[in-house]
Design a protein. Structure first.
Lengths: 191, 375
C-alpha cells in the first residue's frame, strides 16, 4: 500500500499512554489549519484516545491504518473553513448531486480534500486531487466535462471551482456542503 | 513531589472494609461509563487525561480535600502524570499501578469453608470483573472450577498450600471471560472436565462431564457431584461439593439469575432455565451454600469479601426464584436484557479453542463488566 501523503509524520512508536497524545498535541500546534498529520503508534489504546481527543479539541480524526504492530492514525488540524464566503456561482446541494450520481449521468466527481481525508471516506469513482495540487494536475481533467467538485464543507471546493473556471473549464459545479453531510454511498481504504 | 502507588490489593481491601475513597478516573468517557471501580463508599469523577495536559487547575474544585484520592487510568502512565500534577498543586494523590488492566486481572483468594476430613474450599474473587472461581482441596489434591486465564495465581496458590491440581472443571462454555482451564491442564496434566453439550465444537480433548458423575478429590473422598442444570447454556452443569456447597455456575447468582441469550438461544433455553431453577434446584437441600460463578454488584459481597448465600435464603429473597407465572418469567429473561458482554462471540470461540489470541488481545476482549445476569 502506498503511504498516504501528509504534511507531517510523527513517530510515537513504543510510547505508552499518555505520550502519544502529548506528542500529537505538541505537533498539532506547529501545523497550519487544515494540514494533515500521520501519527505512528504501537499503543493499542491510542486509537480510541486520539479519536476522543480530536473530538474534544475540534480536530478531524480521519482514520487509522494498521500495518503489523504499527497503528497509523490520520488527523487534520481544525480550520474555520465553514465560515469562509463562497464565490463560485454554479452550486448544487448534496441532494441534487446525489440524484445525478444515482441516475448515472455522465458526470465527473472531483474531490479536492487532502489525500488522507479522501482515503477513509469518499464517493466511489471520485477523482482525488487535493486543492494544493490542482494547479499542476488540472491537465488530468477534461475541460468539456461536467465536473462536480466536493470537499468537506464546500469551501475548498469553491476555491477549486473558481480556479478551474479561470483555466477555461466551462461546466464546474460546487457541491455544498459536501462530504461532512454526505449520506450517499462512500468507500474507504479500509473496506 | 512524589506520588504513592495504591495497589489493586489495597483498593480491594477498601471495598471489603467499606472505606471511603475518591477516584479520579482519567480514561475516556465511554470506558468510564462502561465499567469502573465500585465500592460502597467510593466517589468518582471522570475526565479524560488528555483534557488535563495543560494543567489540573480546572478540576481542583471537583476534588474534596478531606478524602483519600486515587487516580485511575487504563494502564498506569496517565494516572501517574495526573497524580503528579495534583501533587504539585498540594494534594496527596495515589495512582493505581497497572491501571484498569491490573484491576481486571486481580484475584483475591478467600476461604469459604471446610469440607470433609480437613479439606477446604477457596473462592477466588475477581473483584474488577465479578468472576468467581473455586479451588477444592483435600489431602494434597486440588480441583479447580471455572478458572480464569490468570493461571499463575492458581498454580502458585496450590503450591503454597502443598496441593497438586488434579481436576479442572468448567460449569459451562463461558462467554464473558476466557477460561484458564486448558492452560492449567497443559501445565499440570490434570483432567479437564466439560459438559459435552457445551463442548460440541471444542478443538481439544476433554473428559465429558454428565449429570450424575461423581469425581473424588484426595483419597478421603470429597465428592463433586455434577447436576445437569441447563438454561444459561445448554450444557450448564452445577456441582454439589461434599454435600455442603452448590456451585451454581451462571444459572443462579446471589441477587439475580443467569441469562439464556448469549449463544443466541434465548427462546429455546428459557424453558430449561425455568426447569433448572424451579424444579431441579428445588429438590436440593435448602441448607446448601450457593457459590455462583459471578457477582454483579458490590452489595453481593459478604463482610469477609466472599460471595455466598444459603439456597433456602435465595429461594425466599432472589426475585428470579420467586416468579410463579411462567410467562412473566419468560418475559424477564428474554426482554429488556442488558447489553451483551464485550467481544462475547470471540470469547466463546477462544474457549472452544477455535482461535488463540495473544495475551494483549485476550485482555482487551475481557475489558468491561461481565453482564451474565438478568435482574
Amino acid at each position: 500500500m502506498n503511504a498516504l501523503k501528509t504534511n507531517v509524520v510523527l513517530d510515537a512508536k513504543g510510547l505508552a499512554c499518555p505520550m502519544p497524545i502529548v506528542k500529537t498535541k505538541k505537533a498539532m500546534k506547529e501545523l497550519e489549519s487544515g494540514q494533515v498529520i500521520e501519527v505512528q503508534a504501537t499503543d493499542k489504546g491510542s486509537k480510541a484516545d486520539l479519536q476522543a481527543w480530536a473530538k474534544s479539541s475540534g480536530h478531524q480524526y480521519l482514520g487509522t491504518l494498521e500495518e503489523g504492530e504499527v497503528l497509523k492514525h490520520y488527523l487534520r488540524k481544525s480550520s474555520n473553513e465553514e465560515t469562509i464566503e463562497k464565490n463560485h456561482p454554479n452550486v448544487s446541494n448534496n441532494e441534487e448531486f446525489e440524484k445525478k450520481l444515482v441516475a448515472n449521468e455522465n458526470i465527473v466527481v472531483l474531490d479536492v480534500r487532502e489525500a488522507a481525508e479522501f482515503a477513509f471516506d469518499h464517493i466511489p469513482n471520485a477523482i482525488s486531487i487535493p486543492l494544493g495540487d490542482l494547479d499542476e494536475r488540472s491537465s488530468e481533467l477534461n475541460k468539456e466535462d461536467e465536473i462536480f467538485v466536493v470537499c468537506r464543507t464546500g469551501s475548498r471546493s469553491d476555491l477549486a471551482a473558481q480556479k478551474l473556471t479561470e483555466k477555461g473549464f466551462s461546466k464546474v459545479i460546487n457541491v455544498v456542503p459536501g462530504m461532512s453531510q454526505w449520506s450517499g454511498i462512500t468507500t474507504s481504504i479500509e473496506s | 513531589m512524589t506520588v504513592n502507588a495504591m495497589s489493586v490489593k489495597e483498593v480491594t481491601k477498601k471495598i471489603v472494609n467499606k472505606d471511603e475513597l475518591f477516584i479520579l478516573d482519567v480514561r475516556n468517557e465511554d470506558d468510564f461509563k462502561d465499567w469502573k471501580i465500585e465500592g460502597e463508599n467510593f466517589e468518582h469523577f471522570n475526565i479524560p487525561y488528555f483534557e488535563l495536559l495543560d494543567g489540573v487547575e480546572g478540576i481542583m474544585d471537583e476534588i474534596p480535600a478531606n478524602k483519600e484520592l486515587l487516580v485511575v487510568c487504563a494502564k498506569e502512565g496517565s494516572s501517574v502524570m495526573v497524580a503528579e500534577m495534583l501533587s504539585e498543586e498540594g494534594l496527596t494523590a495515589s495512582y493505581l499501578p497497572g491501571g484498569m488492566k491490573a484491576w481486571s486481572e486481580h484475584l483475591e483468594p478467600v476461604k469459604v469453608g471446610n469440607v470433609n476430613d480437613g479439606g477446604e474450599i477457596y473462592q477466588f474473587v475477581r473483584i474488577g470483573k465479578g468472576c468467581l472461581s473455586y479451588m477444592v482441596v483435600s489431602n494434597g489434591e486440588a480441583a479447580l472450577i471455572d478458572a480464569t486465564r490468570m493461571t499463575d495465581i492458581y498454580l502458585e496458590f496450590a503450591e503454597s498450600i502443598g496441593a497438586k491440581i488434579t481436576h479442572v472443571f468448567d460449569t459451562h462454555l463461558h462467554a464473558d471471560h476466557i477460561s484458564g482451564g486448558r492452560k492449567i491442564v497443559e501445565e499440570t496434566n490434570a483432567t479437564y472436565w466439560l459438559p459435552p453439550k457445551d463442548a460440541t465444537e471444542v478443538t481439544f480433548d476433554y473428559a465429558p462431564l454428565e449429570g450424575g458423575n461423581v469425581v473424588t478429590i484426595g483419597n478421603t473422598a470429597i465428592d463433586i457431584h455434577a447436576l445437569y442444570s441447563p438454561g444459561h447454556t445448554i450444557g450448564s452443569t452445577s456441582f454439589v461439593v461434599d454435600g455442603q456447597f452448590l456451585l451454581s455456575g451462571d444459572i443462579l447468582f446471589i441477587d439475580s439469575i443467569g441469562r439464556p441469550d448469549l449463544a443466541g438461544m434465548a427462546e429455546d433455553w428459557v424453558g430449561d432455565l425455568r426447569e433448572s431453577l424451579y424444579s431441579r434446584y428445588r429438590e436440593l437441600s435448602e441448607e446448601l451454600v450457593v457459590l455462583p460463578a459471578h457477582f454483579m454488584i458490590i452489595d453481593e459481597l459478604n463482610d469477609d469479601g466472599s460471595v455466598s448465600e444459603k439456597l433456602g435464603t435465595l429461594f425466599a429473597k432472589n426475585h428470579g426464584l420467586t416468579i410463579e407465572d411462567e410467562n412473566e418469567f419468560r418475559k424477564l429473561v428474554t426482554e429488556n436484557l442488558p447489553p451483551q458482554p464485550n467481544a462475547y462471540q470471540e470469547i466463546r470461540e477462544t474457549n472452544m479453542g477455535k482461535v488463540n489470541p495473544e495475551e494483549e488481545k485476550q485482555r482487551e476482549m475481557e475489558i468491561g463488566p461481565n453482564r451474565c445476569a438478568v435482574r
